[in-house]
Design a protein around this ligand. Structure first.
Ligand code: C2E
Ligand code: MG
Ligand code: MG
Length: 625
């Protein structure tokens, strides 16, 4: 028996009959049979020609060599080659065997191709490192060099045993890839394994093996308050803590041993650890692992007489291998870990593409806002404003949405702030005003038999300063034909507080025109009614927080404070000639209380969510009937 490739082997080829060149045969015979005398010299009485010395030189060379014919069959091998590749009990030798089988020259396509080319005399040289199983059981590392023999239909195999060198290399490699403190795989090895896991997929067709899920999962963990342990108890105790955490993580990983082995535990640096689950089965598997890890770390640590309790935050990502990269996976895990910390630490959090998109898209959104207005990517929805006394439809609030080609339907909270920052709110605000007024006029014209509904349009602070709002409104009303009393403008308190000069004159001019001014989200800012009474404000929109305060637990007494405040606010507003609209009315109990308190109008899911314009047309048609 001779050495076996440690990788898979293919069926042995049969050497082509007559495939050997005569001179090769001769050399082969010489090499397997040629022996020098005990003295190491050729027999006395003759001085062999230098050429003839080649045979004994080949046979006795300490460098392992073999000659292979063009058919790939070993036709000669020296003692060193036999010693290297054959077991002690091996009587068959190497001659007659296929070299590529013996030396594993066919397991990877590139080597197999190059080897074939050399045999055909079309390539100069080939060098490869191979790991083989020696018949005595141990592994050997060989450097195999294949070079053509000039003027012969054969190639020469030179083999050097680099096992010792590789052993040293492996040990160095191990040191390079492991953390000396915890002995866990380090960042480099972890990244290597993640990359390998991602390269393994996708498994399709014949590449599929049983249990392959084509998915990967990752827990990225950071010890909460590790710095405090280091600072208060000293670095040696901090180090002990890291070692103890590493042990508990390894224990968790061992217990979570799955089809593809235990998750890989690594220390990525500082107090950051990671667990990699190859071939994960889904989010639940990762959630279970994260839970087990948090449980395991909850037990206090006994560190050189110090009892230390810590918690950890974990970012968890689980996804398909297809379409992801090491960078994307690690970034997602990083972001998720940050969320776990931000959400209060001592917890695990799943990667949420929505939440991530929010973070990622801020910049993208802001850069595409302006062109989006021109491309007509915005749309308005309208939410009914209902008379509390009789439930009748009095008006609608126009609420803008962005039909983003990439991110889908975006709510205004995602982009109004950005639009204010970069000034595109002026252009967008004009579009909203024009669209809402045109729509309100259409309802008025199309439903003459019912009292016309007014439209309430949100105006951002920057619109007050950066554009001529009065001129815009006047022009829009003129163009659409909407009577000014059917337009209400919603401004937040800060837009009108301390107002002097231009914004105040604008408010006054709008009010003089007959347009109603409402203070939006009232109660979240200064809430200075006395001041507001001096401005041309006709409506207060009470912030949803007040109404939410009404939502008492079942059976428990209602939170009276909010009710008292709201009641006082409503009375005061009424005395100042201001009407009150309650936002976020979601339940009939809230509506009942608001009605008792004297609120004029209500808006909220109890009545209707924001809807498309034609739904409002439907409501108007129904009112007539
Ligand atoms: P807002 O002016 O206070 O509008 C009311 C918000 O409360 C709307 O959210 C509406 O969908 C939501 N809402 C209505 N009823 C309920 C309810 O019963 N419960 C709860 N929880 N929420 C309810 P939306 O449409 O996301 O608008 C958010 C904010 O975006 C608006 O708050 C407004 O400040 C701003 N916005 C919307 N459209 C425009 C616009 O055209 N221009 C400007 N400058 N801002 C706008
Ligand atoms: Mg509003
Ligand atoms: Mg509001």
């Amino acid at each position: 028996m001779s050495a076996q490739p440690e990788g898979p082997t293919t069926a042995r080829r049969v050497a082509p009959p007559g495939g050997r060149h005569d001179s090769v045969m001769e050399f082969a015979e010489a090499s397997e049979t040629a022996r020098v005398t005990e003295s190491g010299r050729p027999p006395c009485g003759s001085t062999p020609p230098p050429q003839a010395l080649c045979r004994p030189a080949f046979a006795t060379s300490p460098l392992a060599m073999a000659v292979v014919d063009r058919g790939g069959v070993i036709v000669g091998a020296n003692d060193a080659a036999r010693a290297l590749l054959c077991g002690a009990e091996d009587s068959g030798g190497l001659v007659g065997r296929d070299a590529d089988d013996v030396l594993d020259l066919h397991s990877d396509a590139r080597t197999a191709d190059a080897y074939r080319e050399i045999l055909r005399g079309r390539q100069a040289r080939l060098s490869r490192t191979r790991r083989l199983k020696h018949p005595s059981g141990h592994s050997i590392w060989l450097r195999v060099t294949v070079s053509p023999l000039p003027d012969a239909e054969a190639v020469l195999l030179s083999l050097s045993d680099i096992t010792a060198h590789r052993g040293l290399q492996d040990r160095l490699h191990h040191l390079e890839l492991h953390d000396p403190l915890t002995r866990l795989p380090n960042r480099s090895l972890f990244f290597e394994r993640v990359s390998a896991a991602l390269e393994a997929g996708p498994y399709e067709g014949s590449g599929t093996y049983e249990g392959a899920t084509g998915r990967v999962g990752l827990c990225l963990l950071d010890i909460d308050g590790f710095k405090a342990v280091n600072d208060s108890l000293g670095h040696p105790v901090g180090d002990r803590l890291l070692v103890a955490v590493a042990e508990r993580l390894t224990h968790c990983a061992d217990r979570a041993h799955g089809a593809t082995g235990a998750p890989l535990v690594a220390r990525l640096g500082g107090d950051e650890f990671a667990l990699l689950v190859e071939e994960s089965t889904g989010t639940e598997q990762l959630a279970e692992l994260a839970r087990a890890v948090l449980d395991a770390l909850r037990e206090p640590f006994d560190l050189a007489g110090h009892r230390v309790s810590v918690s950890a935050s974990i970012g968890v990502v689980e996804r398909q291998i297809t379409g992801t990269s090491t960078t994307a996976l690690m970034q997602a895990a990083d972001t998720t870990l940050y969320w776990a910390k931000a959400d209060g630490k001592g917890r695990w959090t799943f990667f949420d593409p929505e939440r991530n998109a929010h973070r990622m898209t801020r910049q993208t959104l802001s850069s595409s806002l302006r062109p989006a207005v021109e491309r007509g990517e915005f749309a308005l929805e309208y939410q009914p404003l209902v008379e509390m006394a009789d439930g009748g439809l009095r008006g609608v609030e126009a609420l803008v949405r962005w039909r983003h080609p990439q991110f889908g339907l975006l709510s205004p909270n995602r982009f109004i702030g950005l639009a204010e920052e970069d000034g595109s709110i002026v252009q967008l605000g004009r579009w909203v005003l024009r669209t809402a007024c045109a729509q309100a006029r259409r309802w008025q014209v199309e439903h003459p038999e019912v009292p016309p509904v007014f439209v309430s349009v949100n105006v951002a602070v920057r619109q007050m300063w950066d554009s001529d709002l009065v001129a815009d409104v006047a022009q829009t009303l003129a163009e659409t034909g909407l009577p000014p009393e059917l337009l209400q403008l919603e401004l937040i308190e800060s837009a009108v507080m301390g107002t002097a000069g231009r914004p105040l004159r604008a408010l006054q001019a709008l009010s003089d025109m007959g347009v109603r001014i409402a203070i939006d989200d009232f109660g979240t800012g200064y809430s200075n009614l006395a001041y507001l009474s001096r401005l041309p404000v006709s409506v207060l929109k009470l912030d949803g927080a007040f109404v939410r305060g009404f939502r008492a637990e079942e059976g428990a007494p209602a939170e009276p404070a909010d009710e008292v405040i709201v009641e006082a606010l409503v009375q005061l507003a009424h005395r100042l000639g201001i009407t009150v609209t309650a936002e976020c009315v979601e339940t009939t109990e809230q509506a009942d209380r608001l009605r008792r308190i004297g609120c004029d109008t209500g808006q909220g899911w109890l009545y209707s969510r924001p809807v498309a314009a034609d739904r409002i047309s439907g409501l108007l048609a129904a009112e007539r009937g």
